[in-house]
Design a protein around this ligand. Structure first.
Ligand SMILES: NC(=O)c1ccc[n+]([C@@H]2O[C@H](COP(=O)([O-])OP(=O)(O)OC[C@H]3O[C@@H](n4cnc5c(N)ncnc54)[C@H](O)[C@@H]3O)[C@@H](O)[C@H]2O)c1
Length: 301
């Protein structure tokens, strides 16, 4: 099949583009390199187009069967809120138009950030708590998609906390697993907010890619992409120490963010994804970390 991956030099997008190509698809990547890194596409044989999908004159030639829309300003603390909202929403509008023109299936990235500090496990239809312009943009994208469910194949994926190879370029917004793993590898005490009891539903990028590809055959809708398991940061550090054979205790420090903008706990309710996306995460946290951290390249840079 002919696939377009927007945001394909980014973390999830590059893993996805490479996997799609491995599965025999013809893949084109479009990215404006805002936060992505072309090195993530080493070994990729498809077409790369450098372009901003949110531009007024955005146009891309070629007939696509499936469009995977990963491109976005992904840092919830990106300093320009207006730009975050506008570019993410305008980009999605352009991609919807492109999908309609091509009669293509559209699979796009939403986020578990929309649940804010709402109750866990988080269900797709629960009340949303928007804590950033990033969240606001994704909520608007979901609202746009919902209006199109009867008209076209459109699937939104609310990824939880994704970790794995090719996330290093993200810097601060990279996963806590990346940051804590790096500190431990450097022999430093892993630093976490007091007192490490905040929880995350960490999902390995290979599972996130699997869910994204499964969306090709799902019915139009919006689905959580998580494991259903929440792990607190103290336990995460224990697992990292086990994987590295180290024994470094956490160093706690005061929360530096406005608590209103910080998600204390994330945990997916996976019922809907199991039923309609046919997706269940296969990688345990420990196995995912081993697979990831075994790939030593990530730490050398
Ligand atoms: N990583 C996670 O844990 C997570 C969680 C929830 C949702 N998401 C969503 O998944 C998608 C991928 O996230 P990621 O972690 O790979 O982030 P990323 O920052 O690594 O990737 C985003 C990519 O989009 C590109 N981009 C940004 N704006 C663009 C534009 N206007 N035109 C073209 N390209 C543009 C960037 O250069 C980058 O390569 C995003 O939509 C993000 O909101 C990710």
């Amino acid at each position: 099949m002919k696939c377009l991956v927007t945001g394909g030099t980014g973390f999830i997008g590059s893993n996805l583009a490479l996997e799609l190509e491995k599965q025999g698809n013809e893949v084109t990547v479009v990215d404006n390199l805002l936060s992505g890194n072309k090195d993530n596409l080493i070994g990729f044989n498809g077409n790369f187009i450098e372009a901003d999908v949110s531009g007024d004159n955005f146009k891309i030639d070629g007939a696509f069967d499936i469009i995977f829309h990963q491109a976005a300003i992904t840092d919830p603390r990106y300093p320009n809120e207006e730009e975050t909202y506008k570019k993410n929403v305008e980009g999605f509008k352009n991609i919807i138009d492109l999908a309609k023109k091509n009669n293509a299936k559209l699979i796009y990235a939403s986020t578990a950030g929309l649940y804010g500090n709402g109750p866990t496990p988080m269900k797709e239809d629960q009340k949303k708590e928007i804590v950033s312009a990033y969240g606001k943009s994704k909520l608007e994208m979901d609202a746009m998609a919902e209006k199109l469910f009867d008209e076209m194949h459109i699937v939104g994926l609310r990824y939880f906390n994704v970790f794995g190879p090719k996330e290093m370029h993200k810097g601060r917004p990279a996963s806590m697993i990346y940051h804590l793993g790096k500190q431990i590898k450097e022999g430093k005490k892993p630093r976490i907010f007091k007192f490490g009891e905040q929880k995350r539903d960490h999902i390995y990028v290979k599972d996130a890619v699997d869910a994204t590809i499964k969306a090709i055959d799902a019915k139009s809708g919006i689905y959580n992409v998580g494991t259903g398991i929440a792990t607190d940061f103290n336990d995460l550090i224990k697992i990292l120490n086990e994987v590295f054979g180290t024994n470094l205790n956490p160093e706690y420090f005061d929360m530096t963010y406005d608590p209103k903008t910080y998600q204390n706990n994330t945990q997916a309710d996976t019922t809907k994804a199991e039923q309609f996306l046919n997706f269940e995460a296969k990688w345990s946290l420990k196995e995912g970390i081993k697979d990831y951290m075994g790939e030593l390249k990530w730490i050398q840079n």
